[in-house]
Design a protein around this ligand. Structure first.
Ligand code: ZN
Ligand code: ZN
Length: 406
């Protein structure tokens, strides 16, 4: 098909361009041309002067997750069924690619590719590696069972260089796109504080080594400044959250080309909804700490020229908050920069540069049609996709509210 009569949002330059047409063949953009594309066999679709831009990308989601503290009562089959709902809703919000930060596996990816599920392009991490007592260990103090090591949760407990190597190999054997680890304390875990450093350097280096020999990279959950520095020096490619980032760690990230994936919307959502899903006092306290530090980390990253992506990490709060984090980025970054975070930079994180996050010949046809100009009004990308009248995923319209001329 040929798309006509739209303003093309150029994510690289952060501007709108007029008088272009594009041709989609199969699941790819075949041609982007100023003026008219001549082809008699192809149907033309008039976008009515709307904005055409690459689909949004979320680099930190959890589609396969139980309710808070319910990993022992919800079976994998139910979690999988529920993930199909989350995936479909994400796509309908305009997110045409998402990176799962732990929980989803190759089966979820195949469910989309084989069309059992409707969802975004999915990049999976399998189970998250955590040390005993780390952010991925949800056992209470009096719980001595070893089941956390192999339970149906979204993490695997692995300690020591030998165990982490084996755990990485196991994820790779099962077909993950990248490896996810917990290199510091977190908000939702009972036995740690945000300033804790988790995994020894030897363990992190071993994890990165195992992953990179198999063509994978490692993403790490970490909030505290020391932990960010350590993880970056050990070869972690993407820092997840990073709320306590300081100038010194930001400068190391910049030198190493390490990405920051802030997940700022979740703290706001959880502050509102935490009590409804069973958070305790220590969860609320830690959440407040990361919420307060969040915007400052974005500002520091911007000034140190750290590459900033976009993530949401909505675990138990409503996933409808997914695009609202754009408005948080926008408190520090311009509209164009925020759009780059959620398209261009996230595509680079996914190792899909020039294939996603851009409208170029050879890129995947993952596109959204917006009623208005998001470079002026970012809110057009929010509100459950209300102002997104068309969504093309992998070359096909999956949402079409455009008065079309075909
Ligand atoms: Zn995390
Ligand atoms: Zn997460």
């Amino acid at each position: 098909m040929i798309l006509t009569n739209f303003a093309l949002l150029d994510t690289e330059k952060g501007i709108l361009r007029n008088n272009f047409q594009i041709m989609i063949e199969g699941n790819k953009i075949k041609e982007v041309k100023k003026g008219k594309i001549n082809s008699s066999k192809t149907k033309e679709i008039n976008l009515g002067g709307r904005t055409l831009m690459p689909g949004l990308i979320d680099c930190h989601v959890h589609i396969h997750i139980g309710q808070f503290n319910d990993n022992k009562s919800v079976l994998e089959s139910e979690m999988t069924a529920r993930s199909s709902k989350f995936l479909r809703e994400m796509l309908l919000r305009g997110f045409t690619a998402v990176r799962d930060a732990g929980g989803a596996n190759f089966g979820h990816k195949m469910a989309i590719e084989k069309k059992y599920f409707t969802g975004p392009r999915l990049f999976v991490s399998g189970k998250i590696l955590s040390q005993t007592g780390g952010h991925g260990d949800h056992r209470g103090k009096a719980d001595f069972c070893e089941c956390a090591i192999n339970s149906g949760g979204i993490e695997v407990i692995a300690d020591g260089v030998d165990e982490v190597r084996k755990a990485v190999r196991e994820q790779i054997r099962q077909g993950v796109d990248q490896i996810k680890i917990m290199a510091g304390g977190g908000v939702s875990s009972p036995a740690d504080e945000l300033n804790h450093l988790q995994y020894s350097q030897d363990e992190i280096i071993a994890i990165v080594d195992e992953a990179s020999r198999a063509g994978r990279y490692v993403m790490s959950h970490v909030y505290n400044n020391e932990g960010i520095k350590r993880a970056t020096k050990c070869g972690i490619r993407t820092i997840e959250h990073g709320n306590f980032l300081q100038e010194d760690s930001a400068s190391i990230m910049n030198k190493k080309g390490t990405f920051l994936v802030p997940t700022l919307v979740t703290y706001r959502a959880d502050a509102e909804h935490g009590s409804s899903f069973g958070w305790e006092k220590h969860n609320e306290r830690k959440n407040q700490q990361v919420l307060d530090a969040g915007l400052r980390s974005l500002d520091i990253a911007k000034h140190a020229n750290v590459k900033i992506g976009y993530g949401t990490d909505l675990c138990w709060s409503p996933k409808s908050y997914q695009p609202e984090g754009l408005l948080i980025h926008n408190q520090v970054l311009s509209n164009a920069e925020t759009i780059q975070n959620v398209t261009l930079v996230n595509a680079e994180i996914l190792r899909m540069k020039n294939l996603l996050g851009v409208i170029k010949s050879g890129a995947y046809a993952d596109l959204i049609v917006v009623d208005g100009n998001p470079l002026d009004e970012l809110g057009l990308l929010c509100n459950e996709g209300e102002s997104i009248s068309g969504i093309i995923a992998n070359g096909k319209f999956i949402k079409d509210k455009i008065k079309l001329n075909y």
